[in-house]
Design a binder for this molecule. Structure first.
Ligand code: URA
Length: 279
């Protein structure tokens, strides 16, 4: 039997594979892994008492645990426990919806009316990521259908038309960092974004767009390791893994009457993105 720090070749291979997987999750912004019936795949099973004792690995319990049913706790990662697949080989949007199920992984599951997964062309070359559903979206189960959504639709349709591009809103894909409406439209909490983030990241990996537009500071922070605010970050290309990301203002911010300059800047950002993606 090998002692601590003296691993067999097979254990060393396991360790390297596990570290690679944890790095992958960290890249995705996932610090906590969900272990429950709907995590990873529809057939995932809850942890059982028969599993080997945990080995210390980086993962934390979150306050979402307080709300999760007993068999759906967010647990520290355990060696040999079934990790959610890095990316199911045949992953697709329907499967992600299925895996989310009637999600109650965080507190927002108690107050939302509908999960707002995303809408648009599942093979879009351009994906827009907002913050989270508002009241209209919560009611209809669709992203960006309220006032901010109408402005976003106009921005996409009109900018493309003016630039001579035959692109309209249904040609792109639109989703949010979190899929359930926060009460009073408050900013999502870090643990809510963490738990929900895995679904956004799978969505992006499935669609594999040529570029992403991050609408507002929350989306920009969720996708990018930003040290600056949206005002500084907007207008320049960043990257999420190998996909170019353009942060810009959130349409709700542009709806405020004194933000004419921001509106102009946002239009410029969108022009840049549309030409990059569709020229
Ligand atoms: N604001 C968002 O960030 N997302 C929506 O879907 C609607 C408003």
């Amino acid at each position: 039997m090998p002692g601590a720090g003296n691993l067999t070749m097979a254990q060393e291979i396991d360790r390297v594979a596990l570290n690679r997987r944890l790095e992958f999750y960290r890249d995705l912004g996932i610090k906590t892994l969900w272990s429950g019936p709907s995590a990873g795949s529809a057939s995932s099973q809850p942890e059982t008492a028969a599993e080997p004792p945990p080995v210390a690995l980086p993962a934390t319990e979150t306050t979402a645990n307080a709300l999760a049913p007993q068999n759906q706790r967010i647990v520290p990662i355990q060696v040999n426990s079934p990790l959610p697949p890095m990316l199911p080989e045949d992953d697709n949007l329907e499967r992600i919806v299925q895996d989310m199920g009637d999600c109650t992984r965080c507190r927002l599951g108690r107050t939302r009316q509908r999960i707002v997964f995303g809408s648009g062309n599942p093979e879009a070359r351009l994906v827009f990521v907002g913050e989270g559903p508002g009241a209209d979206e919560d009611e209809q189960g669709l992203p960006f259908v309220g006032r901010a959504g109408q402005l976003l639709t106009q921005m996409i349709d009109n900018t493309a038309a003016r630039e001579g591009l035959a692109i309209r809103r249904p040609d792109v894909y639109i989703c949010n960092v979190i899929k359930c409406r926060p009460p009073e439209n408050r900013t999502p909490e870090a643990d809510e974004m963490e738990v929900c983030g895995q679904f956004l990241f799978r969505q992006i990996m499935v669609i594999r767009p040529k570029a992403i537009v991050a609408l507002g500071g929350t989306a920009a922070k969720a996708l990018l390791d930003l040290k600056t605010g949206i005002t500084k970050a907007r207008g320049q290309w960043h990257a999420w893994r190998d996909i170019p990301v353009m942060p810009t203002y959130h349409p709700s911010y542009l709806l405020r009457p004194y933000n004419q300059n921001a509106k102009r800047e946002c239009w410029e950002d969108l022009k840049k993105v549309l030409h990059f993606v569709y020229d």
